[in-house]
Ligand binder design. Structure first.
Ligand code: CA
Length: 473
């Protein structure tokens, strides 16, 4: 079976076939071949490191052509990775995209469509507790699980990473943080109730910290790799860099001194800091001889906020907060030297695919979570391993990928090379991404039937979603 765009689109107006297509798509996703990567001889379960940048511009890494911000560690990782050139996240801003990443499900299915306000007393505003996380699944599979960095999935103690599958946590529980000012809880307790000034915590204990925050996250992540010996591990390393506030030590600023614009220069320095921190983790893997059998992902949580930090999403249109490519298309690397040959993979992939891919890599099959009943319900992504190995039974090209913001104020779908997008009260737009990655040539007027078909596909997807559980702060 091939998901041919022309065939699909021309048939979508026939409602029976349209519903059949959806059912078949769901079936195919759930039944994606498991662990096709498994070769003749069984290898130990791979370690898994999932690295997430925050608000990184699409064009601001060397492996996407950036010239003025040096990212040597990420570029070296890219050179040894499968570089997914059509990599997407499920939301154009912070918390919802993480909710999908860590559950493997469209976040709108469970109402996590807005950022949670920092409300430590409110046990309703956070990643719903009935959702199984990737950490839950990996822990049940025998992995030691750690989260280092930004959480942003609820402030109430019941949403704490230690209660969402992570054995170990170090970081900032909110949506961002000052990069130098960590110890207000010692000197100005009232001020330390502000989201960006809350104490950093090790598990649930506030800790004093003197390092630049990105350096501290790199140090903690590398230390976790160095000290974990008895089990395979799953490390979720979620930087808040290069999200605002724009703050960097002089050492990183010196590396980008050629950038004239002061905002972009500081932002670029923060990217350098993140690149160094990632390098520390990769060095720790190497020191322990784990590079070959570790599955590493690198993505950004959403597109760059060009108007805020002066970062760049070139050649994409739009920015963080929008459903044009600049809001949701991100750098996307998958490295596993023992199994995956470095190269480029151009079929569209989603952050939703990371959950089933991790399960598959751990030998659990794309939908399973272990013998203890950890099987998450209805994952929305697909196991990428057979596809990245060139063994996929069907192309991912025509798999629909959906987006919705604000309970429906903005929606989009990509299917094949076509992308349909509806922005608030504006008329729907249609773009041919292969020919027009910058979304400049609206085809909605010239291809009304395809636009209508894709609109119907989005409407059908909406029927499986909830309204947002809380408003956008
Ligand atoms: Ca973000």
């Amino acid at each position: 079976m091939r998901w041919r765009t022309d065939t699909i689109v021309s048939n979508m107006m026939n409602s029976l076939r349209f519903l059949g297509f959806l059912a078949l798509t769901g079936l195919l996703i759930r039944a994606a071949p498991a662990a096709a990567a498994v070769g003749a001889e069984p290898l130990p379960k791979p370690n898994i490191v999932l690295i997430v940048a925050d608000d990184l511009g699409y064009a601001d890494v060397g492996f996407h052509g950036c010239k003025d911000i040096p990212t040597p560690r990420l570029d070296a990782l890219a050179a040894s990775s499968v570089h997914c050139t059509s990599g997407y996240v499920t939301h154009p801003f912070c918390s919802p995209t993480r909710a999908a990443l860590l559950t493997g499900r469209y976040q709108q299915r469970f109402g996590h469509e807005n950022n949670p306000k920092w409300l430590p007393q409110d046990d309703r505003v956070g990643l719903p507790r009935d959702q199984t996380t990737l950490a839950d699944a990996m822990r049940r599979a025998g992995y030691l699980t750690a989260a280092v960095g930004k959480w942003h999935l609820g402030a109430h103690p019941s949403f704490h990473p230690n209660r969402r599958g992570f054995d170990v946590y170090f970081g900032l529980l909110g949506g961002g943080h000052h990069y130098f000012d960590h110890n207000q809880f010692k000197t100005h307790p009232a001020k330390a109730k502000q989201e960006y000034l809350i104490p950093l915590v090790r598990n649930e204990t506030p800790v004093e910290e003197s390092a630049y925050l990105t350096d501290a996250l790199g140090r903690e992540a590398a230390a976790f790799v160095e000290r974990t010996h008895d089990k395979p591990f799953f490390l979720y390393l979620a930087f808040n860099a290069p999200h605002t506030p724009l703050q960097s030590p002089q050492g990183y600023l010196d590396r980008v001194r050629g950038i004239a614009d002061p905002k972009l220069r500081t932002y670029g320095a923060m990217v350098c800091g993140m690149d160094d921190a990632i390098g520390r983790v990769l060095d720790a893997l190497k020191n322990r001889g784990l590079t070959q059998n570790t599955l590493v992902f690198f993505i950004s949580d959403n597109g760059g906020p060009t108007g805020v930090t002066n970062c760049r999403n070139t050649p994409l249109r739009g920015a963080k907060g929008q459903l044009y490519e600049g809001g949701v298309r991100v750098p996307f690397l998958v490295s596993w030297p023992d199994r995956l040959k470095p190269g480029r993979f151009t079929e569209p992939v989603s952050s939703l695919d990371i959950f089933p891919t991790c399960l598959s890599a751990a030998g659990l099959g794309a939908g399973g979570g272990g013998a203890e009943g950890a099987r998450p319900v209805s994952l929305d992504g697909t196991d990428l391993l057979p596809h990245l190995l060139g063994q996929g039974k069907e192309s991912l090209v025509d798999r629909p990928l959906f987006w919705r913001v604000g309970g429906g104020s903005m929606s989009a779908v990509r299917c094949g090379s076509l992308k349909w997008i509806k922005v608030k009260e504006q008329p729907p737009e249609l773009y041919h991404l292969d020919a027009d990655i910058g979304e400049q040539n609206d085809l909605a007027g010239s291809k009304p039937e395809q636009a209508a078909s894709m609109q119907a596909l989005v409407a059908q997807w909406h029927t499986g979603l909830k309204q947002p559980l809380w408003p956008q702060p």
